[in-house]
Design a protein around this ligand. Sequence first.
Ligand code: NAD
Length: 502
Amino acid sequence: MKTVTHWIAGKPFGGAAGASGTGGAAGASGTWGPVTDPATGEVTTRVAMGGADEVAAAVAAAKDAYAGWRTSSLAQRTAILFRYRELLDARRDDLAALITAEQGKVHADALGEVARGLEIVELACGLGAALKGETSTEVSSLVDVVSVRQPLGVIVGISPFNFPAMIGMWMFPMAIACGNTFVHKPSSKAPSASMLLAELAAEAGVPDGVLNIVHGDEVAVNALLDHPDVAAVSFVGSTPVARHVYRRAAATGKRVQALGGAKNHMVVLPDADLDAAAEAAVTAAYGSAGQRCMAVSVVVAVGAAGDALVPRIVERAGRVRIGPGDDPASEMGPLVTRAHRDDVADYVAGAAAQGADVVLDGRDFTVEGLENGHWMGISLLDRVRTDSDAYRNEIFGPVLCVVRAESYAEAVRIVNDSPFGNASSIFTRDGGAARRFQLEVETGMVGVNVPMPVPVGYHSFGGWKDSAFGDHRMYGGEAVHFYTRGKVITSRWPEQAEAAAG
Ligand code: NAD
């Protein structure tokens, strides 16, 4: 069985690597966690679960490295990031294979994840322009004012299982490019991609201690949130944990951004290109087995759109090939764990009793020869009531709910009544309706004839309401603001002395 240890001060730490002196018995908290291949259901890897000792060691390493890193030149940091970009580019396939082996998504999808992460590394390569300060000369007689942004110190990043590489890459390249040092706590369900990311960072020249990894669960997370030497916390995960992280880290004065769960609505007006809308709904609802925070989980079909759209979705969904992520023919893989698969199946089981038409039921799906995998076929629930469990909760699986609305106004009201506000989209040929939707809808990201409006790296990513706590979004210019703090210098110098003026 493979073993994954922590990564502290530029090398493996704890467990079998023995760097912490635990001699291969276990992580310092004394436990290992299982990592399962979702396609086979087999435990393939054990991951060290960190506790207070590992957190203390990682934060101390990051704090030690900070003094040298923050004073390194922008040119040095940028050169390292360019080398990192090249190494990552060369290892796309390896990263994708690690993602597939532990998260389950198909290889093409995993490659897409790596590509989106690389976008942020590329953004970090060009950070010099974004870090430029502002200057006002002669605001008063002989007085100049300069605004600069400086790093914060030790940053913690906590990421979810569903993008084992990309979400760490949303965080640490920008954080370290700004001059901070970093401790990453990836999901213990899919820890290996983050280790390769750290190894490649070291190979690129990122100094020891600038990027550290502690694996584990809430024990490690809470120790990080409480640590007095941590300046800021970037979190991505489910809403209840995001809320907890936001409150607990803020209680000790840390800067926090905590992105939570989602229930993304796709509004389809009757004038839309319904073939295109059905195609978009299927790829956005069932891609990655629905385990995306940007997945479409609700279609709001307006007026006559519903009766025309549902059969089109059924037809297109029937052509999705489900199988192991390392089979190039597969378009959708399994769910991450058996327990999660069973939770998703329970929503489908309870849907009819709460008024939905179960048009497609994926609960009995399996793959021959891989019966222990965490399989779930495609499910489609029509005429879903907005007070039902399947509508109100984030299911995070291959289950698409269709809600019927009489009018555009009712559709927008439904979207805006949801406590989640991550993303939404509208499908229509009416530019006026699309424009109105952009202005009226209460979500942080909006698509017009685009089902999953994931912003490119130089914009920024984040939801509203229960989908994000804290007022900074991920990446783009907002990351520079989150990972730095402002300083304004007002100076007065007398006229140049005569002697010096020569
Ligand atoms: P999760 O909230 O269970 O875990 C996220 C991280 O928090 C992990 O590192 C985990 O170890 C840690 N954690 C879990 N329980 C904790 C607790 N009680 N106390 C402290 N830390 C804890 O999320 P997940 O299941 O790994 O990921 C799926 C969720 O993430 C979904 O809700 C999805 O919508 C969300 N997500 C959101 C975005 C976004 O950008 N808004 C992106 C990806 C995923």
